[in-house]
Design a protein around this ligand. Sequence first.
Ligand SMILES: Cc1cc2nc3c(=O)[nH]c(=O)nc-3n(C[C@H](O)[C@H](O)[C@H](O)COP(=O)(O)OP(=O)(O)OC[C@H]3O[C@@H](n4cnc5c(N)ncnc54)[C@H](O)[C@@H]3O)c2cc1C
Ligand code: FES
Ligand code: FES
Length: 1289
Amino acid sequence: MELMVGPEAKVRLTGTKYACGTGGCGACTVMVSQHDPVCKKTRHFSVVACLVPLCSLHGAAVTTVEGVGSIKSRLHPVQERIAKSHGTQCGFCTPGMVMSMYALLRNHPQPSEGQLMEALGGNLCRCTGYRPILESGKTFCTICTELFAKDEFQPLDPTQELIFPPELLRMAENPEKQTLTFYGKRITWISPGTLQDLLVLKSKYPEAPLISGNTSLGPAMKSQGHAYPILLSPARIPDLKTVTKTSDGLTIGAGCSLAQVKDILAESISELPEEKTKTYRALLKHLQSLAGQQIRNMASLGGHVISRHCYSDLNPILSVGNATLNLLSEEGLRQIPLNGHFLAGLVSADLKPEEILESVCIPHSQKGEFVSAFRQAQCHQNALPDANAGMRVRFKEGTDTIEDLSIAYGGVGPTTLSAEGSCQRLLGRRWNALTLDEACRLLLDEVSLPGSALGGKVEFRRTLVVSFFFKFYLEVLQELRAEVKPPASSQDSQLHPEVAGRFLSALGEFQVTLPRGVQTYQSVDSHQPLQDPVGRPIMHLSGLKHATGEAVFCDDIPRVDKELSMALVTSTRAHAKIISIDSSEALDLPGVVDVITAEDIPGTNGDEDDKLLAVDKVLCVGQVICAVVAETDIQAKRATGKIKITYEDLTPVIFTIEDAIKHNSFLCPEKKLEQGNVEEAFENVDQIVEGEIHVGGQEHFYMETQRVLVIPKTEDKELDMYVSTQDPAHVQKTVSSTLNVPISRITCHVKRVGGGFGGKVGRPAVFGAIAAVGAVKTGRPIRLVLDREDDMLITGGRHPLFGKYKVGFMNSGRIKALDIGCYINGGCTLDDSELVTEFLVLKLENAYKIRNLRFRGRACMTNLPSNTAFRGFGFPQGALVTESCITAVAAKCGLPPEKIREKNMYKTVDKTIYKQAFSPEPLIRCWNECLDKSSFHTRRTQVDEFNKKNYWKKRGMALIPMKFSVGFAATSYHQAAALVHIYTDGSVLVAHGGNELGQGIHTKMLQVASRELKIPLSQMHICETSTATVPNTIATAASIGADVNGRAVQNACQILLKRLEPIIRKNPEGTWRDWIEAAFEQRISLSATGYFRGYKAFMDWEKGEGDPFPYYVYGAACSEVEIDCLTGAHKKIRTDIVMDACCSLNPAIDIGQIEGAFIQGVGLYTTEELHYSPEGVLYSRSPNEYKIPTVTDVPEQFNVSLLPPSQTPLTIYSSKGLGESGMFLGSSVFFAIADGVAAARRQRDVAEDFTVKSPATPERVRMACADRFTDMIPRDDPKTFKPWSIPIA
Ligand SMILES: Cc1cc2nc3c(=O)[nH]c(=O)nc-3n(C[C@H](O)[C@H](O)[C@H](O)COP(=O)(O)OP(=O)(O)OC[C@H]3O[C@@H](n4cnc5c(N)ncnc54)[C@H](O)[C@@H]3O)c2cc1C
Ligand code: FES
Ligand code: FES
């Protein structure tokens, strides 16, 4: 049992959040403290509670966020600063962030910036874009930021921290030697106190694994549903943690954590001469990017070595470094080499069942020896490597003749592979270009990866095999040049020849640095009353509660009486008839109460084409078929595996857009807009280019997964529902029709949502309705909490897109005609696909005025989970097609892309393709300011200079304009209501129809109420969003929530103030409270409903005309990146964003939205990649397989500025909704990468027009930078193998 489901659940410490259960997100971070009696020090370290076994904590103190500080008692500076620096939005990741920072500060009260980045590398945040979180952490660093006044925060006083509990200290000082045994229902945990006892136990239970960090064993047991009956814990045995330094090397105890190994290596490196530390340096390098800090704190060296994961980052280096393993058993000590045979798992080279690994001996490197390590992953931090390598070479003294060579690769086969054959063949060869070629050939022969290899990316990984070696070759060559001087008499020009400067760019890797940035916005007018908070950077109202863990999310609601848990059973087939569902075995399991199927639904089962629970047939893997209800969550989940469903496969089975087009499989009719005469225009242009673009889908990855609690009431079929949703009215309506009870009997409550991004608009209604059926059938409350895997499998996300364009233009770059056709992969049901198609087509023109245009869009029906709304709603995919088209025109005209953009941009008041009039003036201002603020032209020249001088690293730059339309294309979707009560003590309760998703809507609404009622924020409160207070609400989406609800709140406040006016006039010197008391006495209602009828918006698709959007948000972003052409990695050097917010209601929140959306966009366009099997099963179902950006993905320089305020009479106080628009600006990074790739291709004389594919992952970047290494690798005929995954865009 892990800590997370242990005592925390019982004592209801809900601050620690559960978001993945696989150690990959850091939401569950807590601090563990252990006293070391030998060095008399207490060690504090962060761990992930979802993987820490409870029993392993014997003798340790655990600090959760509740123990750090609280609003009720005392806030800790970490908590105060993260909130006040605006480092919280939805707040679901915040306790984990706080704990990682807190653990860091317990060890280093003044950490370095590097330590801060390292500490937060294992914590994911989907909302903020990290910049403000890092900003708060920076205030503790030695070099402090200038952004905050010194007296702003309470100081950090380490003497005030909780002490290590004295009873635990006593225990640690006098450790008991006897074996401790903990008995569970399924597992017995045995923790011996001495090494001898451990060896006896291991011989008695040879099958029992040693459980060290549980970071390998834990996830494996969870995913395979397998539990070992006996686990042996070596945690209490100090002998396994000893470190011995000899003149030959280091012997490190197998029980040392990887974090400790890192410190030990760093210490040795500082003590020893450089030549002896080459292996240590290589190990240290990988230990910096291996997993996150929490995992490094938990994982042991022994566990790492013994797990022999094919992707292990350390084993290839240990193997080439000639490490040996010291094994112990009752028989005594035995040594085996950590070599290729051990790593391949050969029985003859392995541990015997009764043996344990005591320590690992890592010899010093020798004189004349070179050791290096290489690794490439989807992103820099917290990502398993796609491939890695350890390489070592030794030369005959004073020569460049290879005496010993050892190369091992990870990630290119089922185990770490030693290229022994190649190395043998290269002995005696000179270290020169001929050897390089020969080595590449041999390595590709020996390390062969089949086309169908697990994990895919086959050609990329093959390329890395030789690219890594090339890097090693150059590295060594450089050092050889420095170390081995050719004899004066030598005529041999081959002896370490000089490497031309520009080729040296193959060396060196991107370093992680703490991002810096400036946020610019206009302060409020100096005449604005102090009490009036509008326009001020007010902290998120829940910020402090997020930071202390006191903010209550749906699943933090305590268990209610007789509550049951629900788990869903989903289809394993993509298109099949359901022949039978047999629940008998599941029903027999302990704790299982019922199985809910479609037959239990009293009302309607969703729509004809989109059933809540499948009937007769399934349309995708992951479709919900039935649900198990049990006493506990674990029982319910376990029982889902016992439900036997038989299927009969149906045809056709369609996954890809290509197949859908072939089968004419569409969800709705084509949407089309046209202006001018496209065909005629194509006849009168200088050039025409046609191209294709593929844009992958995106998982919402809200940190709080979908969840709902349904409580049936005893009277009148009433039902209370607590849901994590963006649209409670939709949940209410769906539940009503499912149960066949009037809407008025169902009440939906939403306190706060741990991130939505569009993913909690439609789907929560499905989960709510299924849970409600269970609650009604059993008569008991039901809680349904999706785990990450199910959430990712079932819910769908952003639509993948395939776009084709044909563009006609003059040689000057003026575009005369553009024809774009887009297909999106909608999945198996309509959901929002028709709307997304409409928005896609409406928004395709982005910022450009092109006289002859044709845009078409179509949603494909495939056998995949239904895709749905996602921040930007089609725009981020569609506009990428348009911008790619511009880039293609630029390449053909030989002009910089920004010139083409400028030339074709809207310049004067004009009409869009759908004939909506608008003024592009703010767009031009954003563009010009961005050019200016980013010093674009100077830096562009520098980039070109850099590229001339560097062959293997290229820089790229892109400046992207944006016209983003806000809102829904229908007036009724813009209506909003609010309810404002004033109580007799003067306090005000505001309710409105928007939901708090982290975007700060409640904060903004209180700012509005505060201005209108002219009373301070401190007198205002928002409790929750509820269908009982404000009915018939519209989803909080489309960037419009604060606008429309703000108008409703304003209206309610104005009504109230009007009622109070006579009283105020009568007693102008009175206080607010006096007036309220007087109003009550005079029987004036102190409650008012506010209403906003909505912005006018419509679209006539027949005519292709309308005013679909109330207004536009304009912006521009300039990004610069550097790419490593040999690995495909990139670093983001700088981004400047200029955005037009008119008059921001709250610049801190708005800048937070821009930054957060931008980083989410960076994820969409660079790292977030969904993988589907050829059978339509989503592989990427955890943060370990699906990489959203981490702290290391923030541009090194990240500046955001808002244009000076301007007026737009339409919106509340002239503010604009900025929730979604920043997303597309992430494409500036994509185009900067493409610019770098184009530079590489130009230099290599490869065609510059390559198919743009998003995301621009290291794989795609590497393969696009075609060179002699990509030419060298074997290519498979696609017809000859079944690939591991299929592209669906
Ligand atoms: C989120 C996450 C990210 C990760 N990222 C990376 C990464 O980027 N690169 C990478 O290389 N790895 C990565 N890993 C894997 C990680 O390095 C290993 O899981 C870890 O090192 C295993 O150590 P452990 O102590 O947790 O082993 P455990 O899970 O405790 O045990 C693993 C195995 O080792 C055996 N064992 C443990 N100690 C001994 C001993 N003394 N003698 C004999 N047998 C023993 C056990 O019996 C068991 O079979 C990641 C893991 C997670 C969860
Ligand atoms: S929930 Fe533990 S790391 Fe994600
Ligand atoms: S604030 Fe970090 S995930 Fe929402």
